[in-house]
Design a protein around this ligand. Structure first.
Ligand SMILES: Nc1ncnc2c1ncn2[C@@H]1O[C@H](COP(=O)(O)OP(=O)(O)O)[C@@H](O)[C@H]1O
Ligand SMILES: [Mg+2]
Length: 327
């Protein structure tokens, strides 16, 4: 069990530390907003270029002329059916609720009329210069290179911390994969940072029960996600993080041989296929200590039975830091 973090000690010592203070303005003045009224303005983002494409729509880079910064605007194709539209809105609303350095920040949501009069829904978020891990990996592989172990550990340290945060908010991401992990630079410090994207199919464990069984990419889906009626929890994200870790580290997905297989075969492989340990694909110069640790972390993250897995993203992150940090 974790020791009590200092912030909790502080809360215990001063129970109302996070109390919201309200003050009565001394007098009415011209800047009085009037409690109960509303305030706002109409903002238009200037769309610059398309920077990403996914299942339901596109992502554009745009400029916010009021705050003078770039933003990313994700739009949904107008022909998308209503259940997906609801998910899209939920993605923005979930995202707007989170506040974590490794989760993309959501700013605003709205809708736009296309030239032919159709409703195009959109939301804006922080613009991330850089690439998602799928593209980073593709580029490295096309040059016959791999991503260095320490960089991979640093990326996953951040992803797992973001996942731990959403799990503490009772949200399971359900779509953890390299394409939804973004590597960018902090605009102020210029340090490489990682951001978790795309809460489009996230599951709200605190919300009304949902009965969607198949949700996510079959190549990253935990066995319990395909079992009819099975409850899924944070450990499904740990599983997907384990598969993504393998793929990013070795340049191969453990189920690559099933790429052309039908969906049911891939899902059945997730439940039954014994995946090759990642160390088999690491360079021969890898030390036995590191090779063993990589295999152990992969095996514990992707155990078929969720009870045999790391029980939380935090446990997986700690194992990475303990066993894979530079000596
Ligand atoms: N905030 C952002 N800044 C820069 N690129 C982004 C941003 N959000 C998404 N992208 C790019 O667009 C791609 C698709 O976005 P994503 O949110 O994953 O959409 P989908 O739900 O369609 O998969 C991502 O893989 C990424 O490359
Ligand atoms: Mg995506």
């Amino acid at each position: 069990m974790d020791s009590v973090p200092p912030v909790q000690e502080l809360e215990q010592a001063i129970p109302d530390i996070a109390r919201e203070d309200r003050i009565e303005p001394r007098e009415r003045t011209i800047d009085d907003l009037g409690i109960g009224g509303s305030v706002g303005h109409f903002k238009r983002y200037v769309v610059r270029q398309c920077i990403g494409e996914g299942g339901m729509g596109r992502v554009y880079q745009a400029f916010d002329p009021v705050l003078r910064r770039d933003v990313a605007v994700k739009v949904m194709r107008p022909d998308v059916p209503e259940p997906e539209r609801r998910r899209f809105r939920r993605e923005a609303i979930f995202g707007a609720r989170f506040c974590h350095p490794s989760i993309v920040r959501i700013f605003d949501m709205g809708e736009h009329r296309s030239d032919d009069g159709r409703r195009v829904e959109w939301f804006s978020m922080e613009h991330l210069p850089g690439s998602d891990l799928e593209r980073v990996l593709g580029r490295a592989m096309s040059h016959g290179r791999r991503l260095p172990l320490l960089s991979v550990v640093d990326i996953f340290r951040q992803v797992l911390s973001a996942l731990q945060y959403c799990h503490e908010c009772y949200v399971v991401h359900r779509d953890v994969k390299p394409a939804n992990i973004f590597v960018t630079r902090d605009p102020n410090t210029r340090f490489l940072t990682t951001k978790l994207l795309d809460f489009g199919i996230a599951l709200d464990l605190d919300g009304p029960a949902q009965h969607e069984v198949l949700c996510g990419n079959p190549f990253y889906m935990a066995p319990e996600q395909t079992r009819h009626g099975a409850q899924i929890d944070a450990r499904a994200d740990v599983y997907a993080a384990g598969l993504s870790f393998y793929e990013v580290l070795t340049g191969r997905h453990p189920l690559d041989d099933f790429r052309a297989a039908p969906l049911e075969t891939v899902l059945s492989a997730q439940s039954k296929f014994a995946m090759k340990p990642p160390s088999a694909l690491l360079p021969p110069s890898t030390s036995p200590r590191i090779a063993q640790a990589v295999d152990m972390i992969f095996e514990r993250a992707t155990a078929k039975d969720p009870d045999d897995r790391f029980q939380s993203a935090r446990d997986m992150r700690e194992a990475m830091l303990v066993f894979l940090s530079p000596v």
